[in-house]
Design a protein around this ligand. Structure first.
Ligand code: MG
Length: 374
């Protein structure tokens, strides 16, 4: 058993997965999602996989699949060779001695170690995280930055299909006054049938937020995600105290230390926790626990993961008691190709935890080959 857990090889592969339609953020959009898969193989013949992914390139947090591949291949892989996959804490410490920051790259490796370890034991990854708090998670759908009629039509078709009951609108691509008018129009059309949340992706300044956000609250928007720059906790706290609806911290929240600072200042009422930006499953569990202890619920947020990263985030969201504000783990639904041999199950506005060892999924090797970037 002991030797079976030893790591014999680490491989990284970049794939570009086509999307069903372009996905737009405040300043960039994408037609395909680049994803880095990290495969960790053990002496016992088990292969675990983790995913490194950011939404449409380095604008969000500085990392991209290309930087992640370089950091993993050149600096992290030599640390992993010959180590046991269950030596997580010491491996993590050794990686941090060599690589600062780069939390997205570290997350890909950390998830692959968990997947390998759980497969070796024949248990689900959630077991390694302390067991289940739930077996499925509600899912919000992200609407784009298109004009109000286009967005309303998409929302109504999702509601009719029974797929989603709440929506998140991306803001920040237009002048704030026009953007607010667009969101108010959408919110009024959906009043009484679906909740509307907005994500400004840190694109506004303090004064814009303080003058524009009350209009969204008056229109019935139920939550505002990260209106101002991540490091500006003073402004986030001021806005949260001034606004009658909750603020969710995303760009401001990457580490457990961030979580402590945010709760101490009541700078946000909800945490957006991504296993990617937080450096993996363990730190995500810590952040959700800090939030829960401070009365701040967590939301299972996304970096537009393929089904591999989505399954990892789902194991976290189902294992962490504090993830009581649902999720947005819709990445695979944006993709035009199924990357798994058996797709993840989405039904009734929920995503369901798969059975089986490790992450509970199997990548389709033909699809990896087809979309591999060489
Ligand atoms: Mg966000």
């Amino acid at each position: 058993m002991s030797d079976d857990l030893r790591i014999t090889s680490v491989e990284t592969v970049i794939v570009d997965i086509p999307l069903r339609r372009p996905h737009r953020f405040a300043r960039v959009s994408m037609n395909a999602q680049p994803v880095l898969y990290v495969f960790v193989r053990t002496a016992g013949g088990i292969t675990g996989v983790g995913e490194g992914v950011v939404p449409a390139g380095p604008w969000w947090g500085g990392e991209s699949v290309e930087t992640m591949q370089l950091v993993v291949d050149r600096y992290i892989t030599p640390i992993l060779h010959g180590r046991r996959v269950d030596d997580l804490h010491r491996i993590g410490r050794d990686i941090n001695d060599v690589v600062a920051s780069n939390l997205f790259a570290k997350a890909a490796v950390e998830v692959a170690l968990h997947d390998s370890w759980a497969r070796c034991l024949g248990v689900g990854v959630h077991t390694l995280l302390g067991g289940l708090a739930r077996t499925s998670i509600p899912m919000t759908w992200a609407l784009g930055t298109e004009p109000a009629p286009v967005v309303v039509e998409e929302a109504l078709s999702k509601l009719d299909a029974g797929l989603h009951h709440s929506f998140k609108l991306k803001m920040g691509a237009q002048e704030p006054v026009d953007d607010v008018a667009r969101v108010v129009a959408v919110t009024e059309k959906l009043a009484g049938v679906a909740g509307v949340r907005v994500d400004i992706n840190a694109r506004w300044d303090r004064l814009t937020a303080l003058t524009q956000l009350p209009k969204l609250a008056d229109a019935g928007v139920e939550m505002v995600e990260q209106p101002v720059a991540g490091p500006d906790l003073d402004a986030l706290a001021e806005i949260n105290h001034a606004l009658p609806i909750p603020i969710m911290a995303d760009e401001a929240l990457r580490t457990p230390s961030d979580a402590i600072r945010i709760t101490a200042r009541r700078a946000a009422d909800i945490f957006a926790v991504k296993t990617t930006k937080c450096g993996g499953l363990r730190a995500s569990m810590e952040i959700a626990a800090i939030g829960a202890a401070a009365g701040v619920p967590s939301h299972g947020a996304t970096s537009i993961e393929s089904p591999v990263g989505t399954a990892a985030s789902l194991h976290f969201a189902c294992a962490a008691p504090g993830v009581t504000w649902g999720s947005e783990l819709f990445g695979p639904l944006l993709m035009a190709e199924e990357m798994l041999t058996e797709p993840l199950r989405y039904a009734d506005g929920h995503l369901y935890l798969p059975d089986g060892p490790g992450l509970g999924i199997e990548l389709d090797p033909d699809k990896v080959r087809a979309f591999r970037r060489d």
